[in-house]
Design a binder for this molecule. Structure first.
Ligand code: ATP
Ligand code: MG
Ligand code: MG
Length: 591
């Protein structure tokens, strides 16, 4: 389905959901602004925004901001940026906030009390749990004394909650549901609670009480006239309480989808082999004081390319279209999907293969002097930017007397199974007319490293080489670029880092020392200049360049022939380009 990410809307779960309610589609993506989005959220964005787009409907980005202690402005900004990056800017009909509706939600809470469908309860957490059948929800269930208090009393107490008479845990508003129902979501859920650190990013100190998810979500869906409220399957049981509350307030007709929003649940996307939990990533970013030792930080920040937050995936250079294709390839059903990171990388690799140009890049250069060429030799070669797509164009690279090749492509001693450069052996230089043969080499006695290889250039009569290697010429070849290349491997040695010890810091011992390998002296050929000017690669909706501004670094993407897919990192300066390897060329190349 690589060319058809829309297939998920034409078949299966999302087709059925649309058939159930074919009228104008209005969806919402409702993150809590308490952290950065991760790869799983890309599915939720693809499903909600994509479904609306496919059916010519609209989608809201709704910040579910009902937990003031955990919410921060930087998360609002980043989440919005990610939605746009994924290409849904034009479909983003409106940004809304649950907090926009705090007044109306409060009024409806009073209305619930007046209708005898809610009451103020003073039970402790343990008492509430006991009435809900105890720890495992299997014991006897019973109503507390507060449930039957007069409506007027609950109303007065609710206002007292609002006005600050109670501290957290001393009073909460509960919905009067049905303890005989087998669904725990019907056992008098909380609707409002008193919050200690009550300052809210948008509403300031106006509220001391805040509505719960169960009270807020369905009502905000109604206010915003959402047609399809798509969420993940952990909310299956909540569908009953969702409908129940809407019915109590006449937003919905019992057993009918005729009026009001309709909740349906799809499976989550879990990516294995990496950490997605906010609390755990925070440990990786900041380090932490474990009970017996101090654990240092492991990654640069939340956007470190080894993480799978969306900011990290973007910084690493994955195009947004590749992410959406990946979601489309996995499909949307009611079952959770668990995949390994290698499957994601495979999908990205296929996407990049078709969409980005090629350049010659040498990660770990060693100098080769082709002794039988004159000092000012410059054999002009016409090099295509994409071997399979002539429309991408080509550029000139000159073969010069001095070239740089990958240290790995040379062996001091030849071997019949080795087909690249060695003393006495011919090897092709990509795009050059004739191969070269190594004659001798110079070694640094202190480091033991080869510092220079002396070679000869072949002619029409020389043997045909078995392999061609990549190279970069010297300055006479065109302006070459010095770069620091960062190559990423999996962050942990363990297959399943989630199973490591996160409480006492044991995870630290499993960090892969080669999770980031830096090549400080990499070289990029002169074509880089044009590639940089022509970015973004590929040209995608969410990354379109604003006229007159430089392209975002992560959109400057290319394949380094034989070395992998790269993009430019934000750490780049005028003096030095920093590259991130997005993925390897082949699946088994990582460490
Ligand atoms: P997490 O705890 O991983 O941050 P969450 O559910 O608390 O996840 P929210 O910010 O509340 O995160 O999520 C916003 C929306 O994204 C919700 O509708 C949620 O169902 C969806 N979502 C979150 N994680 C995934 C996932 N792994 N796969 C698919 N959808 C997801
Ligand atoms: Mg969350
Ligand atoms: Mg949540």
């Amino acid at each position: 389905a690589i060319d058809d990410p829309d297939a998920i809307f034409r078949e299966g779960f999302l087709k059925r959901v649309h058939a159930e309610k074919p009228r104008p589609v209005r969806t919402r993506f409702p993150p809590e602004p308490n952290g950065y989005l991760h790869i799983g959220h890309a599915k939720a964005i693809g499903v909600n925004f994509g479904f609306a787009k496919y059916h010519n409907g609209i989608c809201f980005l709704r910040f579910d901001d009902t937990n003031p202690q955990k919410e921060e402005e930087k998360y609002f900004t980043s989440i919005q940026e990610m939605v746009k990056w994924l290409g849904f800017g034009p479909n983003l009909h409106k940004v809304t906030y649950s907090s926009d509706h705090f007044d109306r939600l409060y009024e409806l809470a009073e209305e619930m009390i007046r209708r005898d469908k809610a009451y103020v309860c003073h039970c402790t957490k343990d008492e509430v749990n006991l009435g809900r059948g105890g720890k495992d929800n299997r014991g006897e269930r019973f109503a507390c004394a507060h449930r039957s208090r007069p409506t007027e009393e609950s109303l007065a107490e609710f206002r007292a909650m609002r006005d600050g008479k109670y501290g957290p845990g001393e009073a909460h508003l509960r919905m009067k549901q049905d303890f005989t129902n087998g669904n725990p979501q019907m056992w008098d859920l909380a609707a409002y609670r008193v919050v200690k650190e009550n300052h809210h990013y948008r509403t300031g100190d106006k509220w001391r009480i805040y509505p719960t998810y169960d009270f807020t979500h369905c009502l905000c869906d109604s206010f915003e006239e959402i047609s399809h409220s798509l969420c993940t399957t952990e909310f299956v049981l909540s569908r009953t309480s969702y409908d129940w509350l809407l019915e109590q307030l006449d937003f919905k007709i019992p057993n009918s989808e005729e009026r009001g929003p309709m909740q349906r649940e799809y499976g989550r996307l879990n990516v294995e082999g990496t950490i997605l939990s906010k609390r755990r990533i925070e440990k990786l970013v900041k380090g932490f004081k474990a009970p017996s030792r101090d654990i240092p930080s492991v990654v640069r920040d939340w956007d470190d390319p080894r993480l799978y937050t969306l900011v990290a995936i973007r910084r690493r250079g994955v195009p947004p279209g590749a992410l959406l294709h990946f979601v489309g390839e996995l499909g949307v059903t009611t079952a959770d999907t668990s995949i390994q990171v290698v499957r994601f990388e495979h999908s990205v690799r296929k996407y990049l293969e078709r969409t980005v140009p090629r350049l010659l890049v040498v990660l770990d250069p060693v100098k080769v002097v082709i002794e039988n060429l004159p000092n000012d030799y410059a054999e002009e070669l016409d090099v295509p930017f994409h071997p399979k797509d002539p429309n991408v164009g080509s550029h000139k690279v000159a073969l010069t007397k001095t070239v740089y090749i990958e240290r790995d492509d040379f062996r001091e001693e030849d071997d019949p199974n080795f087909f690249r450069l060695a003393p006495g052996k011919w090897v092709g230089l990509l795009y050059a007319k004739y191969p070269i043969k190594a004659e001798s080499f110079v070694k640094d006695s202190s480091t033991g490293l080869v510092t220079e290889i002396k070679a000869t250039y072949g002619d029409a009569d020389c043997p045909k080489p078995k392999a061609r290697i990549h190279w970069v010429g010297d300055s006479a070849s065109g302006k070459t670029f010095e770069a620091e290349a960062r190559v990423f491997n999996s962050l942990f040695k363990a297959q399943n880092p989630n199973a490591l010890d996160w409480e006492n810091g044991g995870y630290y011992d499993s960090v892969n020392p080669e999770s980031e390998v830096i090549y400080p002296n990499a070289l990029i050929e002169c074509g880089f200049d044009e590639i940089r000017r022509r970015a973004p690669w590929p040209a995608e909706a969410g990354e379109a360049q604003i006229e007159g501004t430089a392209a975002a670094p992560y959109t400057i993407r290319f394949q380094g022939l034989r070395t992998g897919y790269f993009c430019v990192d934000v750490d780049s300066t005028d003096a030095k380009v920093v590259l991130n390897r997005i993925v390897t060329l082949k699946e088994d190349e990582g460490k």
